[in-house]
Ligand binder design. Structure first.
Ligand SMILES: [Zn+2]
Length: 359
């Protein structure tokens, strides 16, 4: 290990050129592997190998304001400005250095590669060939949404090699500790609308005056009629829930709501027009897919991360762990603001200092 570090320090000091550094790293890495390794001898060779496996990527020039990509008919380098916002395509227009580059990892060769080996190919066909063997649900193929899709697209469902794709986005920063935005696909409208999916127009959301966070109320609507929490005003937000459970909104209903919306792409976008109050801000591009309207489930929240965050906050609060507890002055002030649970409102001592009481 020591020998490796010495060697890597040496070449990092010696070489200033990127390619040499990359080649040097490869030498260090192959040193760390056991005898008889088959590591590519240079950076160039490793790139060639990755390309051969169908793992390469394409560089596409993008607008710094995210309004468009220079591809297809716009790929030509003589097009110098973004057609939507007018920003320049170049950071340096003489040397033609692009202002922003999107790295596109083409999907098809990656999927095809999974069918090259008999092992992975078997796993790719599992949803078709093995699903019904023991009836134990453990794969999205057991869900109503998957089955409904297959009923609607019989031709597609008949071929075991066909693949159903799910798109994951990490625009939420669900761990709360990633400073940089690791975004696979980020869409403000999509995320905002995750919350309104079930209750749609009647979603109750508010911003906490002191805690400065958005919160969503009215969850008791989803409990069955007669559930004891529905009538429990005192322990909750001071109201009784008398409304019925809303029925899930269908893709066709959403499409109807977004049909009239006019919006432009990119960060500099102007306010969309034709937006119904409390609903969608744009029509997402997925509606261009012929089946999207009929999907039973359009978006899912990542339950694992939500469970983790809820659990964290619960434990921090129960243990009263310093700054991480959610039972703080702001929360108590918000209770006062909402006019509920007066026994927990912040109180003042004779000295004038505020204190929080616990019951
Ligand atoms: Zn632009």
């Amino acid at each position: 290990m020591e020998h490796m570090l010495k060697k890597s320090n040496k070449f990092l000091v010696q070489s200033r050129r990127t390619l040499e550094v990359k080649d040097g790293l490869i030498i260090v890495e192959s040193d760390a592997l056991p005898e008889g390794e088959k590591f590519p001898p240079s950076f160039y060779e490793s790139k060639k190998l990755v390309k051969g496996l169908g793992l390469n990527y394409k560089k596409i020039h993008a607008c710094p304001n995210d309004c468009m990509l220079f591809r297809k008919e716009f790929a030509n380098k003589d097009i110098n400005n973004y057609l939507i916002c007018g920003a320049s395509r170049w950071k340096n227009s003489i040397k033609k250095i692009p202002a922003k580059v999107l790295r596109h990892f083409p999907l098809k060769p990656r999927l095809q590669r999974l069918f090259v080996s008999s092992k992975t190919s078997k796993l790719m066909r599992w949803h078709y060939e093995e699903r019904n063997r023991d009836g134990v649900p453990r794969h999205p193929a057991y869900t109503e949404a998957w089955k409904a899709f297959e009923t609607r697209h019989l031709e597609f469902a008949k071929d075991s090699c066909n693949v159903l794709l799910g798109l994951a986005s990490d625009g939420f920063n669900s761990f709360g500790m990633m400073r940089s935005h690791m975004v696979l696909y980020q869409d403000g409208a999509l995320m905002v609308n995750l919350h309104v999916l079930a209750a749609n127009i009647s979603t109750q959301s508010k911003r906490l005056k002191h805690g400065k966070k958005f919160y969503f109320m009215g969850h008791r609507r989803f409990l069955k009629q007669g559930h004891k929490y529905r009538n429990n005003a005192k322990s909750l937000d001071g109201t009784k829930e008398l409304r019925t459970t809303p029925s899930p909104i269908s893709g066709s209903q959403v499409l109807k709501q977004v049909r009239g919306i006019k919006f432009t792409l990119g960060q500099l976008r102007e306010k969309a027009s034709g937006v119904m109050k409390n609903t969608w801000k744009k029509k997402i591009i997925f509606f261009n897919l012929p089946y999207w309207e009929y999907n039973l489930v359009h978006h899912n929240l990542d339950m694992m991360h939500i469970e983790k965050n809820v659990c964290d906050n619960l434990i921090y609060t129960l243990l009263g762990l310093g700054k991480k507890t959610k039972d703080n002055l702001e929360a108590r002030l918000d209770l006062k603001e909402m006019n509920i649970k007066p026994s927990l409102w912040p109180k003042k001592r004779a000295s004038g200092r505020t204190y929080l009481c616990y019951t």
